[in-house]
Design a protein around this ligand. Structure first.
Ligand code: NDP
Length: 451
């Protein structure tokens, strides 16, 4: 049975709608790990699957804050502590109006296996709020972050749970959250990662996820006997932290990334996107991508309303390698077919679960090199762990040192995933390889730790 068929079957039996993305992530893993479960009955004996899919605990709390016009606002905050068999809970915070418990359970579940794949001592968790930082003043973001931390600080700690950033949470938000934690606890400790460098952040943390995805892709292409990225047209979705740094690393390697997108539309610049301009628009001015064409009239801006029916504009553009780096389920079966018919050779997930199950089935059946998120975007959490190590030893590593460690980590993850796939009879299937390798590591620790 394919992943897509399993998903449909699950939905027919009825589940809470919010949990759809969680079931989607869970079912992919269950389907992938069946060769492992069949090869050793200890996983059934210790009920590992049943225990792994239930979070250790979920905190849900009210966040009350005041906007610049003295209006009182109420949002909901969450922290899902999913599994700490390999180390303290670790995973980002997402601030976006779409955030709910189901989305955070999906992200937390993925995070357990992703963190296991890094080989570093970290468990899995995730959190966030339905607060929308877009259109808010800096003071409003600061006030929200303070109010959020007033509650969150009760549940986290450098050896308990160490949150980081995700959609809507970058260095600015982490700085405000850290400041509030410090004020409440009078303690200066590495309780958050993704901090600005001046107070304990690691160099290269902002770049880590995007760079890591490209390092993974380079290794995967080499292992699969494909041509390198140099001189190749690449398509990237998103225009946030992950997308910008994937574009940057692609340019370092001599590739030509020609697209980026945000929630309102897509930019296609056939000469290669202007990264300096992108950074100015998205990191400094925080405005819509539409403004890109004010500086580059020869580029094309495609608003969401003009996307091809049922598809995403980015994936209809011809490319050698594609990098979905915006959000979950942003690349569907039609998009996958468009990429395949346009000769795309490789798809690497910078975002978490950007490809739908039908799209993944299409990539695998057409032998596209497909790098799943939990392996391909693990560079962010790896450098977060490096930040924890630097904080604990009161040291600071150079940019080059962190970059080299990141590159080696991504190469190791890629090789481990490929080898695991081969060992379990699914050579070239990085989805199954990643799920089996990550699951096995966590499951063996759970068994060793007792119930
Ligand atoms: P950012 O908030 O920096 O950027 C997100 C980008 O995606 C923005 O361009 C945003 O557009 C776009 N986007 C968000 N939601 C939607 C949507 N529903 N439809 C279309 N576009 C959307 O987030 P990150 O770059 O940090 O994260 C991107 C992805 O990578 C997420 O899946 C995240 O979980 C994953 N990830 C991030 C890591 C990190 O280190 N930051 C680590 C591992 C995974 P707009 O600006 O218009 O909202």
């Amino acid at each position: 049975m394919s992943i897509a068929e399993m998903k449909i079957k699950k939905f027919e039996t009825g589940t809470c709608e919010q949990d759809n993305v969680f079931y989607q992530a869970m079912e992919e893993v269950i389907y992938s790990i069946s060769p492992l479960l069949e090869s050793d009955d200890k996983y059934a004996k210790y009920a590992i699957l049943e225990r792994l899919v239930v979070p250790d605990r979920i905190f849900k709390f009210k966040v009350t804050w005041m906007d610049d016009n003295q209006n009182i606002k109420v949002n909901t905050g969450y922290r899902v502590q999913f599994n700490n068999s390999l180390g303290p809970y670790k995973g980002g915070l997402r601030f976006h109006p779409s955030v709910n418990e189901g989305i955070l359970k999906f992200l937390g579940f993925e995070q357990i296996l992703k963190n296991a794949l890094t080989g570093l001592p970290i468990g899995g968790g995730k959190g966030g709020s339905d607060f929308d930082p877009k259109g808010k003043s800096e003071f409003e973001v600061m006030k929200f972050c303070s109010a959020f931390m007033t509650e969150l600080h009760k549940y986290i700690g450098p050896r308990i749970d160490i949150p980081a950033g995700d959609i809507g949470v970058g260095g600015r938000e982490i700085g405000f959250l850290f400041g509030e934690y410090k004020k409440i606890t009078s303690s200066y400790e590495g309780v958050l990662t993704g901090k600005p460098f001046m107070f304990g952040g690691s160099l290269m943390r902002p770049e880590a996820t995007g760079y890591g995805t490209v390092y993974f892709t380079e290794t995967m292409l080499e292992m699969e006997g494909k041509e390198s990225l140099e001189g190749k047209i690449c398509t990237v979705s998103g225009a946030g932290n992950v997308a910008l740094h994937a574009i940057e690393k692609l340019q370092h390697l001599g590739a030509i990334p020609v697209t980026c997108s945000d929630s309102k539309g897509t930019i296609y610049d056939s000469r290669g996107v202007d990264l300096a301009l992108l950074k100015e628009l998205k990191l400094e001015k925080r405005v819509s991508l539409e403004e890109y064409i004010n500086s580059h009239q020869e580029a094309t801006y495609i608003p969401v309303s003009e996307y091809p029916e049922g598809a995403h504009a980015v994936w209809s553009i011809e490319c050698y390698a594609a990098f979905p780096c915006a959000t979950q389920n942003e690349l569907n079966e039609i998009d996958a077919q468009n990429l395949i018919s346009n000769g795309c050779v490789s798809v690497s997930e910078g975002a978490n679960m950007p490809s739908t199950p039908h799209a993944i089935d299409a990539f695998l059946s057409h032998k596209i090199c497909f790098a799943p998120a939990k392996a391909a975007n693990a560079g962010g959490v790896a450098v977060s762990e490096f930040e924890m190590a630097q904080n604990a030893s009161m040291s600071k590593w150079s940019f080059e040192e962190v970059d080299e460690k990141l590159k080696i980590t991504m190469q190791q993850i890629c090789k481990r995933v490929a080898l695991t796939a081969k060992d379990y009879g699914v050579e070239g299937n990085y989805v199954d390889g990643a799920n089996i390798a990550g699951f096995k590591k966590v499951a063996d620790a759970m068994i060793a730790e007792g119930i």
